[in-house]
Design a binder for this molecule. Structure first.
Ligand code: AMP
Length: 548
């Protein structure tokens, strides 16, 4: 028998309507170079999102399902686009401004974006691509910038503020099917072509509720969050949507992502919460050590996107009294997978061992580990396998092509589960510990060495700023680890010291023989260690490697 409950679709427009009325006084504050922070209330954002939707529909002819892209920093106008585009029934496509030009061009063409909203400061990046962007009919320039670089471009150029001015501040948001596409994001594409993940209204709605749950980010209208994670990286981890759902104030970095600027905005605006990848937090810690600032307003930081070294978590807690929550997720998982809050009753060192894991799964994300011969592995904390997940905000397919329906499930999706490509173990109480990406694990003489474990130990050495370990071919063992290390300024440690340090912490046979000191570890477009680049540099003989 069916229930007697109302069947109300879960739509992004409900989040917007709620946020801009019930939480109308909550604020989005955008950092600027020297004009002082720009402040806009959720009520104003709601009105301006309606104006943008009118402009897109009435002036630019944007239709349901049309893709409208953004090439923007984290700022108030980007939040307006985040809501206007899906709420009117079109699809928001956030473009990663750090991708190489060929990939960006490929992605825009693949998604068949009709319109691009672009921050004026990013025009020099976009202009050279325009002749090859086949589907783009309109460019909307947001904020100041040199528009002369657009001379001769095929697309019609508009200025954001004039485009939305004098339009109605209300919009009859259509009643959509909750399974309809709301937003899309391409994976950073470390192998092969980038792949488009298409989020639905329903997945965004449910994911936002999870973000706000106490077991996840636990945010309320008393908080101000600083999403340093870019809005083009998996919807800024769902924070803007979650913010409108519960009235969380947002502090937006715009293009000011240097550690000094972040420290300055924290001191001035006193956020209670922030989210970013580990490399950002490493940078901030170093900045604070050199130039102390008052960051005491921050209660919790979320660190995810790649493995967070335990030493980094301890430093935040011990030097600044800030609790660190480690989180795991991916573009395909919206991204919230796990968060590392210790269970009730765990204190002291026991609590730390939980914090160092990737964390626990929420009820809506089912997980299993698949062993080398396809068998499901037990949750015993030691058996490892490839992590597979399933749930209402987990992708079931990739976007198939210009205007096409999603592809039939391929290799990455089997049997209703998403293969994550991450390898690890799950404890009996459901805490995930990742040991590697399947493609980064080091297979040495039939045994696996975790690159992440070696990196975590190295980064705990007081002289080491960053360390990345990759597998390199070895005649005897098949593969062996190569350690690339960035030393802190004034550091005295040499290879011998670091080798001894590792020997005291891991099995002898796991200690790398190949070492190189570099000035920086190469990073991907979203700030993760780019191990592909290190492997290539090694293969091309571009690294100065010492072998023991
Ligand atoms: P992306 O889709 O670009 O966000 O990349 C997702 C991938 O980042 C995951 O499949 C993991 O390999 C990695 N990742 C994300 N969060 C973590 C974490 N907390 N620890 C280790 N790896 C992570």
């Amino acid at each position: 028998m069916l229930s007697t409950m109302q069947d109300v679709p879960l739509l992004v427009s409900r989040i917007l309507t709620h946020g801009s009325t019930v939480h109308g006084r909550a604020r989005v504050t955008t950092w600027t170079a020297d004009a002082g922070p720009r402040r806009r209330t959720f009520a104003e954002i709601g009105a301006r999102a309606a104006q943008l939707a009118h402009a897109l529909r009435d002036e630019l002819g944007v239709a349901p399902d049309d893709r409208v892209a953004t090439l923007m920093w984290n700022n108030a106008e980007h939040v307006e686009a985040y809501f206007a585009i899906p709420c009117m029934g079109s699809v928001l496509h956030t473009l990663n401004l750090r991708l190489p030009p060929e990939q960006l061009t490929w992605i825009v063409n693949h998604a068949a974006d009709r319109v691009i909203l672009v921050n004026g400061t990013l025009l020099p990046l976009l202009a050279p691509l325009l002749p090859r962007l086949e589907s783009v009919e309109h460019l909307v320039v947001v904020g100041p910038g040199d528009t002369s670089v657009l001379d001769g471009c095929r697309a019609t150029v508009h200025e954001y503020e004039s485009l939305i001015a004098d339009r109605p501040q209300r919009y009859e948001w259509p009643e959509l099917d909750e399974r309809q596409a709301a937003a899309m994001c391409y994976t950073s594409g470390t192998t092969g072509e980038p792949k488009g993940v298409v989020y639905s209204h329903r997945s965004i709605y449910l994911h936002s509720m999870q973000v706000n749950m106490a077991e996840s980010f636990s945010l309320t209208d008393r908080d101000t969050t600083l999403p340093i994670v870019p809005m083009f990286h998996v919807n800024a981890w769902g924070i803007p949507h979650a913010a409108f759902m519960t009235g969380i104030n947002m502090l937006m970095t715009d293009r000011f992502l240097q550690p000094a600027a972040i420290a300055e905005m924290i001191e001035a605006e006193r956020p209670t919460h922030a989210a970013a990848v580990p490399t950002i937090w490493q940078g901030l810690l170093a900045e604070l050590a050199e130039r102390p600032r008052d960051v005491s307003s921050v209660r919790q930081v979320i660190i995810g996107g790649s493995a967070c070294p335990p030493s980094l978590m301890r430093d935040f807690q011990e030097r600044h009294g800030i609790e660190v929550c480690h989180a795991w997720g991916m573009t395909e998982t919206s991204p919230l997978g796990t968060t590392s809050h210790p269970p009730a009753g765990a204190t002291g060192e026991e609590a730390w061992t939980y914090r160092f894991t990737q964390g626990r799964f929420p009820a809506s994300v089912a997980a299993r580990l698949i062993g080398p011969s396809g068998e499901v592995m037990p949750w015993d904390g030691t058996s490892t396998g490839e992590l597979e997940v399933r749930g209402p905000w987990i992708a079931g397919a990739y976007f198939g092509g210009a205007g096409a329906e999603p592809l039939a499930p391929e290799d990455k999706f089997h049997d209703g589960w998403l293969r994550t490509g991450d390898v690890g173990a799950i404890s009996p109480d459901g805490y995930l510990t990742l040991t590697d990406r399947a493609k980064d694990v080091i297979k040495s003489g039939g045994e696996w060495i975790s690159s992440v474990e070696l990196e975590n130990h190295l980064m705990a050495h007081p002289d080491v700023a960053e360390a990345a370990v990759v597998a390199v071919p070895d005649a005897k063992w098949g593969e062996r680890p190569l350690a690339t290390v960035v030393l802190k300024e004034g550091a005295v440690a040499d290879y011998a010291t670091l080798r001894v340090f590792l020997t005291e912490r891991v099995a002898r046979w796991q200690v790398p023989e190949r070492w190189t000191i570099v000035s920086a570890v190469p990073k991907t477009s979203v700030g993760k260690f780019d191990k592909k680049v290190i492997r290539r540099q090694y293969a091309d003989g571009k690294l100065d490697v010492t072998v023991f």
